[in-house]
Design a protein around this ligand. Structure first.
Ligand SMILES: Nc1ncnc2c1ncn2[C@@H]1O[C@H](COP(=O)(O)OP(=O)(O)OP(=O)(O)O)[C@@H](O)[C@H]1O
Length: 454
């Protein structure tokens, strides 16, 4: 290596584990593996709070994000940056493609929204930013935050419009809106967005930034992956836009970054901003398990609800199998709802959210939750990704999730108040033969689960 090669690399490169590995393997083999160096150059890993500086969000965004947005941001209560905001915003403002990889509840939404507001010109009548989400519920939530930030203010500036183009919406009305008065920001589910693009209702030519939220979910979903790839490579080109991916979980992230470059989903100099790389699970979550039999699971849950007295909770239930549907069994969600309605005597409102419900009932459940008051939300994994209900103090895994990644996202629906030291509980109801599965999740996600004897 020539020392001057490294003088151009930023210090975060030297602190990243993979950078150290690249350097070591290069010197071992006496071959300068420039590709390895280039690949790892774009990795920012941050694990330590001691790296923090005392800048406020305003100071980080000053000169990039318009004053009226900063004003609204502070009015809402966003004053200090979370780790991902502090680490990623300066890089995003340079225009480089970014992968935002940080714990659940760490503020990735505000990170990419502030960046979007730094690029939008409200005078222009065109779609300038597109945010792709996997579910209608997450889309409604992101739209709400974007609209809150863009809300009319005392400042004499033209407001910025945000459209939600989500599965289950009235596409005809959206078609006319998109043509007549294109919104600056479009929040969309993949299928609805691709439908509009295929029908030539609008194009992505004017889009300056494309965000894929819950990017690993979009890529791993067999229903969505084909359209996601088309969106990234056929409907638009990575050279003509800034691409931002976000998720709390990017399995095999080094392969993923490599694929991003190879498949031209991003530009070559994409930056992987990885916060809390050695600690994927938020520390404010305490994990427990209770052993039970299949026959007394409902009673165990009831006992847990009575002993823990959650302020609000989400109870995750496994999806009904196709086989069980075919033989006409009732889904576990329905059975659990019936049980809770007859046996639970607490004050929390019992609500249901699952994929098989129609979109109106799904929206009604979430609206009811957001109107305040404690809730017990019985849900399948549809509520596991992105949904932000900060009042949730307890997660109950009535059925264990299928993968460690699913565990991470379910658990992460609690403990979503940045800078709070309040502890939240994740309780797992397991049968003895499932203990090793939970142990596997503990090893993979580096947390430990304590047995609770009721
Ligand atoms: N700087 C901030 N100060 C205070 N609260 C914040 C800040 N940034 C975000 N939040 C709040 O933190 C919560 C979690 O944020 P957000 O939904 O963006 O998390 P996320 O990183 O996208 O999580 P997930 O991976 O689970 O989707 C939200 O309630 C949001 O309002």
């Amino acid at each position: 290596f020539h020392p001057s090669l490294f003088s151009t690399l930023n210090s975060s490169f030297f602190h990243s584990t993979s950078a150290r590995k690249a350097l070591k393997s290069s010197s071992d083999s006496r071959i300068i593996n420039l590709q390895a160096v280039a690949d790892t150059f774009s990795e920012i890993e941050s694990n330590s709070a001691s790296e923090t500086t005392a800048l406020t969000l305003r100071q980080i965004c000053q000169g990039f994000v318009p004053e009226h947005i900063l004003h609204r941001m502070e009015e809402i209560g966003f004053v200090l940056p979370t780790d991902i905001q502090r680490e990623a915003l300066p890089t995003l403002f340079t225009g480089r493609d970014c992968i935002l990889h940080a714990q659940t509840g760490s503020g990735k939404t505000l990170t990419y929204l502030l960046h979007i507001f730094s690029l939008i010109n409200p005078q222009r009548s065109s779609v300038q930013a597109v945010i792709v989400v996997p579910t209608r519920e997450l889309g409604m939530q992101v739209t709400k935050v974007a609209r809150m930030l863009a809300a009319k203010s005392d400042f004499d500036v033209k407001g910025c419009t945000v459209m939600a183009l989500l599965d289950g919406g009235t596409l005809r009305r959206h078609k006319s809106w998109l043509k007549a008065e294109p919104p600056a920001i479009l929040v969309a589910t993949v299928a609805s967005l691709c439908h509009m693009l295929e029908k030539h209702i609008f194009r992505l030519d004017s889009v300056r930034v494309l965000v894929l939220d819950e990017v690993d979910f979009l890529f791993y979903s067999s229903k969505q992956v084909g359209s996601v790839r088309k969106l990234l490579t056929s409907f638009s080109s990575c050279d003509k836009r800034q691409t931002v991916f976000a998720s709390a979980s990017i399995p095999q992230h080094k392969h993923f970054v490599h694929d991003c470059i190879q498949q031209k989903w991003t530009k070559r100099d994409v930056v992987h901003v990885h916060v809390s790389a050695i600690m994927p699970m938020p520390l404010c979550l305490l994990h427990r398990f209770v052993m039970c039999q299949k026959t007394n699971k409902h009673q165990m849950l009831l006992a847990l609800l009575e002993s823990d007295a959650p302020e609000s909770a989400i109870i995750f239930v496994g999806e009904q199998s196709e086989k069980s549907k075919k033989v006409g069994n009732d889904p576990s969600t329905t059975l659990l709802m019936e049980f809770l309605k007859t046996s639970y005597n607490g004050s929390l409102e019992i609500l249901l959210l699952e994929g098989d419900m129609n979109f109106n009932s799904r929206a009604a459940s979430l609206t009811e939750i957001r109107q305040g008051g404690g809730f017990l939300l019985v849900s399948t994994d549809i509520a596991a990704r992105g949904i932000d209900l900060p009042e949730t103090t307890h997660i109950f895994n009535f059925d264990l999730p299928q993968t460690a990644t699913d565990y991470l996202h379910r658990a992460g629906r609690a403990g979503r108040i940045p800078f709070s030291d309040k502890k939240c509980i994740v309780a797992n109801l397991i049968m003895s033969e499932e203990r090793f599965v939970l142990q596997r999740y503990e090893n993979e996600l580096m947390f430990s689960c304590e047995e609770l004897i009721l």
